[in-house]
Structures are given as structure tokens and as C-alpha cells.
Design a protein around this ligand. Sequence first.
Ligand SMILES: [Cu+2]
Length: 174
Amino acid sequence: MKRPPRSIFPSSFLPFLLFALLLYVACGGDGGSTAGTPSPAPSTTEPPASGELVKLVLHTSDEMKYDRKELKVRAGTRVELTLHHTGSMAKAIMGHNVVILKPGTDINAFGQRAMAAVDTEYIPAGDEIIAHTKLIGGGESTSITFNAPPVGSYDFICSFPGHYGLMRGQFIVE
Ligand SMILES: [Cu+2]
């Protein structure tokens, strides 16, 4: 009959051993990934609630205009909207975004409030917005993904100060 041998280490040795092991793992015992623990991919593109993913693209430049006046999707689709700014002017001078507004929104009133919302890059507080991209400058691109709203016609604008008069179009769901 064997009895387990009595530990040859003093009991205070065990915490030290665990600490050394942790240190080894933390320092990249697997061969040195410096990026830390792998993080999941950005969750901006959740799986569609229903229907297919439809990709829409808008281009802008150093002029105050979009290359399209109309965007069209079918009801029930998930929409990926990408905005490209092909100009070279800085965001603070010629920034652009896309803001899709609920039906019945007073664009002028919204645009005036947007102008004052400097801290949130011209996205005012309120409930008129269905979806919006972030504000970008020349050479940048940005995408958003959202579920198409119900059948209808929705205004979209650029909410950068002074742009909504020219930068606007219709987002149509049919
Ligand atoms: Cu703009």
C-alpha cells in the first residue's frame, strides 16, 4: 500500500508557482502574440433579421452633392449603405454623412438643429433619424447596416452645416 509522498515544498511555495505560471502565460508563452486576446469581429453586421442583404453605395466629393438622388430597396431587406468621400478636403471643412429621416420630418428645422450639434458631428438629439453614417472627410469611407424601414419614401440628407439644401435624396422602400 502506497501513501502519497509528503510534499517536498513548503506550503508557501505553491502560490509562487502559480504566479510564475500566470506570468509565463501573460508574457506570451505560446510564442508571442502582442495583440492580446483575440477580439470578436466588429458587430456592425449582425445577421439579417429577414431577407437578403442589399448593398447600396453613395459617392461624394469636395462638392456638396451625392452621385445619386435615389436609393431603392425592397421591404424586409437588410441594407448595407456605404458612403465614399472621394475628395481631399478635411472633415471639418467639407465633411459629409448620410442621415435617413422619418417621414414627415421638417428638413429645414432638422438641418438647423443639426448645425448646432457640433459635439455629435451634426447629429442632433431627437427621434427623427432612421439611420445615419458617421461624418467623414476626403479620402474616407464609412458603412452602416440596418433593417429597411416599412414601405415608403424617406428623405436622406447630409447634416453638415449648410449641406442639406443640396445634399439630399430619396430612400425608397417598395
Ligand atoms: Cu455634406
